[in-house]
Design a protein around this ligand. Structure first.
Ligand SMILES: NC(=O)c1ccc[n+]([C@@H]2O[C@H](COP(=O)([O-])OP(=O)(O)OC[C@H]3O[C@@H](n4cnc5c(N)ncnc54)[C@H](O)[C@@H]3O)[C@@H](O)[C@H]2O)c1
Length: 440
């Protein structure tokens, strides 16, 4: 049994130990000074922020840093001079397997699954950025393997642990607005690319190992500006567009609150596919089977780019209601709940809820929650058993944007689109040989 689940069982048995006694009891996998030794894969961009957040826990020792860009690696390592540095995560995991306890993955989306699975194959707990994976198949495999091995995991949807999200979950489940009939979700952001095919041959910067950056993806020439850093999320081979990127944060609270599972179908309205980028604007519709918090079926709409925010009349909000640029609206049989992205929720109609007292709910630090769980204290709130199905649901909409106007009927057990066989090619991609990983 992996050490982490042994520790969890230990706690469940009701033993009242302090963090320190747990750490010292956990002898083998924790460093001699009683700290969780972390390895960080991808340390620029969000990876730099994740490094700081994880390292701010008193019981963390940053043991290894990895980035394919030496400039970013050098910047990150300035704050952690004792950490060993690597350009290739495979080498890190191979060489440091017995000197690290847990792994943080903050690379572009197409590298999430290979790096995470390799770490889990070694039995290491993983914090992996959102969306969990690039492909639906990968999300399913990460979930199944994490469950089989009882590995402590967390997906990087940090607002999931915040007080606002937890309060809204409690409100929706309490039935304050009755059973939910429709959900709207949206973001004005444009992580799409409708431009032309990329031309010309360009040298990658000296600091960047382009082959390692491509990783499991097919080889192709480097091009400035469109891939590294951050713009890869616009391109179909590396990112998941605005839906995968922002949608995962915005779907999270209503999806989790309503205890939804797999969608029955998804349909995207967008421009004709170009084979290069995700569409710059989408409208994605889903239907979910009902749960105890919803009517018999639930219709869910996502809008992004210039399609967001939705029209006020579609949201059935009173005149004058301010519609945020990003957020969600749950329409229930007895009212509506508007949740702007990163702001407080509002109930409508305002008169009906004037005297309503929302539940008092405490927030939690998403990163420290994962570290604590790795150390046997408590559990994570967005493990792969949650993050996997949420990511699968989102990614069905991403697949649908390659077949605009077609309703893709989904069989989650078989992991198949049942009415459009050619779409199934997009459920799982083939990795380059050197980046194939056991269990994927
Ligand atoms: N949770 C959030 O709020 C949030 C916010 C931003 C980004 N993200 C997620 O974080 C991830 C990274 O996004 P970003 O905006 O920081 O991208 P980025 O391109 O700015 O940074 C990615 C970093 O990973 C490095 N990298 C790329 N391939 C690598 C590999 N194979 N091995 C090691 N390092 C590698 C890059 O050099 C770079 O330093 C994405 O999954 C994104 O969705 C999450």
């Amino acid at each position: 049994m992996p050490l982490t689940s042994r520790r969890r069982d230990f706690l469940k048995a009701g033993t009242a130990f302090t963090a320190c006694s747990l750490l010292s009891a956990s002898a083998k996998a924790i460093s001699p000074n009683g700290k969780l030794r972390t390895a960080h894969i991808g340390v620029g961009g969000k990876g730099a922020a994740n490094l700081k957040s994880v390292a701010s826990h008193d019981h963390v020792e940053v043991a290894a840093l990895c980035d394919v860009d030496t400039q970013r690696l050098a910047t990150a390592s300035r704050g952690y001079t004792d950490a060993e540095t690597f350009r290739d995560y495979r080498e890190l995991l191979d060489r440091m397997a017995d000197r690290i306890d847990a792994v943080v993955v903050s690379t572009p989306d197409h590298t999430h699954a290979p790096a995470t699975m390799m770490a889990m194959n070694l039995g290491k707990p993983v914090y992996c950025e959102k969306p969990l994976t690039h492909d639906i198949y990968e999300a399913r495999r990460l979930r199944l393997v994490s469950e089989k091995k009882s590995i402590v995991t967390q997906m990087g949807i940090q607002r999931h642990s915040a007080a606002t999200s937890r309060r809204v979950v409690a409100m929706l489940r309490s039935g304050v607005i009755g059973k939910i009939t429709r959900v709207f979700t949206w973001s004005f952001k444009n992580w799409g690319y409708d431009g032309a095919k990329l031309q010309g041959r360009h040298e990658a910067p000296e600091t960047l190992d382009w082959n390692l950056w491509l990783g499991s993806a097919k080889l192709r020439p480097y091009h400035p500006d469109v891939y590294h850093p951050r713009n890869w999320r616009k391109l179909i081979d590396f990112g998941t567009g605005t839906l995968g990127d922002m949608g995962v944060h915005i779907f999270d609270t209503p999806y989790g609150a309503l205890e939804l599972t797999a969608p029955k179908w998804a349909k995207t309205t967008c421009r004709t596919p170009t084979g290069i980028g995700h569409p710059e604007q989408n409208v994605v519709e889903y239907e979910f089977s009902g749960t105890k918090h919803t009517t018999a079926t639930l219709h869910w709409t996502w809008l992004d780019g210039a399609h967001a925010p939705p029209r006020a009349e579609d949201l059935q909000l009173p005149t004058g209601a301010v519609i945020p640029k990003q957020g969600s609206l749950c329409i229930g049989e007895a009212g509506s709940l508007l949740l702007p992205h990163v702001a407080r929720e509002q109930l409508f109609p305002a008169d009906r809820f004037r005297n309503y007292q929302p539940p008092t709910v405490a927030g939690d630090d998403h990163y420290h929650q994962w570290v604590n769980a790795c150390l046997g204290m408590g559990e994570t709130s967005a493990d792969f058993s949650y993050g996997g199905p949420l990511t699968e649901a989102l990614l069905l909409g991403v697949v649908a944007n390659r077949f605009p106007g077609r309703k893709l009927a989904w069989d989650p057990k078989k992991l198949q689109i049942t009415n459009l066989p050619e779409a199934n090619k997009l459920i799982r991609r083939t990795y380059r040989k050197d980046f194939q990983v056991e269990n994927l």
